[in-house]
Design a protein around this ligand. Structure first.
Ligand SMILES: [Zn+2]
Length: 541
């Protein structure tokens, strides 16, 4: 009998944390950041106190109270006594690993709280993207997926003293990553160097890759299968775990309408052959009937941008490398240059180590790097090095201002405060290629974005507009003639049903969905049994 416990990802999109237990063996399927619950209590200027370690996320229900699972250096004195009476409290040891599906924070973010001795299984691309995100990101303590600065527990004054001394002088700790899709020894020397020391020899050191027990027959570890997938970040995969109840498949996030759709088709075929006992399947977009394909984004984007006489700003999600390449192609086809952020440059440089077909910024005549006017006056080391590596590729606000029809600028809402330095001229366009607002906070940001565009006379394209309803609520809608500029990372309802039926497990368990009942409704009368666990609930297979 295999027990599955759902500590996150039920009735919410993201925050997946599924515990799989088979005898004494235990694995987590993802260990993600719970955006929805986090937003109930926190916002940008009200965050869990980093100095309080595990206390805040445990108390606010962002992390399950599982003693033995987390970094000991984040335990405040007497921490676990406070949670002994909690209905979900358990001593959980040992855990054999986390199977990470992809490098989106709602799947990977809270790995930062786990003990360093728990290995993370991922594709090589996912591991590299996670490291690139951390190397080039904010040093927030809840985003330290690949490595972290432990706080010292040596002195009896412990916690109090740590608060005073900080972590200066304590060596970084690294998590063990085990790759599921390549042999660890097959990394190029350059790629291995990046993983262990970073690009410039001064970045955080990282343990070498270990291999994944793909065909293990020992009792203490699982046999695993890693299935590469199509999703809105490269390196995504599904996992198959061989258990005493047969194979259990975990989908992560997936679609069949992106550039890598063939990978998902192959996953359906291969997973079906295993005749799985259970399939844990995402359901983000179950209520959508159709998808926009990445190829349509290219066509629609090209149409809009080809006629633009001024500056073009393209707003799409960071780390969506496929979308970046779509806009790079549009830039080539319209004689413009695509100006990317230093973070994106870092990511492309990283991706090229594993996927050599990724454009080389140094060589590609259509790629440049935009240097922020104020923030990069005193850049972090990684950023300084990016500017140094691609010295003749750096453009400033004045370069863009004086030749506006020569650029597509990759900006998101949070870069929009650069506009006073750029001063977009007449005929400029803001192309929105991302998802519509999902909650109140995002609605407020969208209203602000509209204000910015109005203020600078920028025309929005593909941007959701607010329609006030009689009951005081609003709906956000993209004008019909501007639709088709965003291909979602998630399969639509009919595609998800095709995946479920194609794999044909005995039991289907939806996760990562606010409408899991869709599967019950549409699979009624079929051979598939659909189970809907409660948040924190357990089901046996
Ligand atoms: Zn995702």
């Amino acid at each position: 009998m295999v027990r599955l416990t759902f500590y996150g990802g039920i009735n919410e999109i993201g925050g997946n944390k599924v515990l799989l237990e088979d005898g004494g063996r235990r694995l987590f399927l993802d260990f993600g950041f719970p955006y929805k619950r986090h937003k109930l209590f926190y916002e940008e200027y009200l965050k869990p106190r980093s100095g309080a370690g595990l206390l805040d996320p445990l108390t606010m229900g962002l992390l399950p109270p599982l003693a033995g699972l987390y970094r000991e250096d984040l335990e405040t004195p007497g921490l676990w006594e406070q949670f002994r009476g909690h209905p979900l409290y358990r001593q959980l040891e040992p855990v054999d690993g986390v199977l990470l599906s992809h490098a989106h924070l709602d799947h990977s973010g809270y790995i930062s709280f786990l003990k360093a001795s728990i290995p993370v299984y991922a594709t090589a691309v996912t591991a590299f993207i996670a490291k690139a995100m951390q190397d080039s990101g904010k040093a927030d303590f809840d985003q330290q997926v690949c490595y972290f600065n432990p706080t010292s527990l040596d002195s009896p004054a412990g916690w109090k003293q740590r608060a005073l001394l900080g972590s200066a002088g304590v060596p970084k700790q690294q998590r063990q990553f085990c790759v599921g899709d390549i042999a660890p020894g097959s990394l190029s020397a350059e790629a291995a160097q990046f993983w262990s020391h970073g690009f410039w020899g001064k970045m955080a050191k990282q343990k070498e890759f270990a291999s994944c027990p793909l065909e293990s027959h020992s009792r203490s570890s699982f046999s695993l299968r890693c299935f590469p997938l199509d999703h809105s970040v490269p390196g995504a995969c599904a996992w198959g775990i061989e258990t005493s109840s047969g194979w259990i498949i975990y989908s992560g996030d997936l679609r069949i309408h992106g550039k890598r759709r063939r990978l998902t088709e192959k996953f359906i075929e291969e997973a079906a052959k295993l005749r799985p006992g259970a399939l844990i399947l995402e359901g983000t977009n179950v209520t959508r009937d159709t998808n926009v394909a990445e190829q349509e984004v290219y066509k629609n984007g090209l149409k809009a941008i080809a006629y633009s006489k001024g500056l073009v700003i393209a707003d799409f999600s960071p780390r969506d490398v496929d979308r970046l390449l779509t806009f790079l192609q549009i830039a080539r086809d319209t004689g413009r240059k695509l100006a990317i952020a230093p973070k994106d440059a870092y990511l492309l440089k990283t991706m090229r180590l594993l996927e050599p077909e990724t454009p080389d910024i140094g060589e590609d005549g259509s790629l440049v790097i935009y240097q922020d006017t104020i923030a990069s006056k005193s850049p972090a080391i990684w950023m300084r090095n990016i500017f140094k590596d691609y010295e003749d590729k750096v453009v400033l606000a004045e370069d863009v201002r004086s030749a506006q029809d020569r650029f597509i600028l990759c900006f998101s809402f949070f870069d929009i405060n650069e506009l006073p330095s750029i001063r977009p001229g007449p005929g400029s366009l803001y192309v929105f290629s991302s998802s519509e607002p999902h909650d109140e906070e995002q609605e407020i940001d969208f209203r602000r974005l509209h204000n910015w565009l109005d203020h600078f006379g920028l025309k929005g394209f593909g941007l959701p507009r607010e329609l006030k309803k009689g009951n005081g609520n609003s709906e956000w809608e993209i004008p019909d003639e501007e639709k088709g500029l965003h291909a979602s990372g998630h399969a639509c309802g009919p595609d998800l049903l095709r995946i479920a039926r194609g794999i044909g497990p005995e039991v289907l368990i939806p996760v990562h969905s606010e409408n899991a009942g869709f599967y019950v409704e549409h699979l009624r009368g079929s051979k598939l049994e659909v189970r809907l666990p409660e948040p924190g609930g357990t089901t046996e297979v």
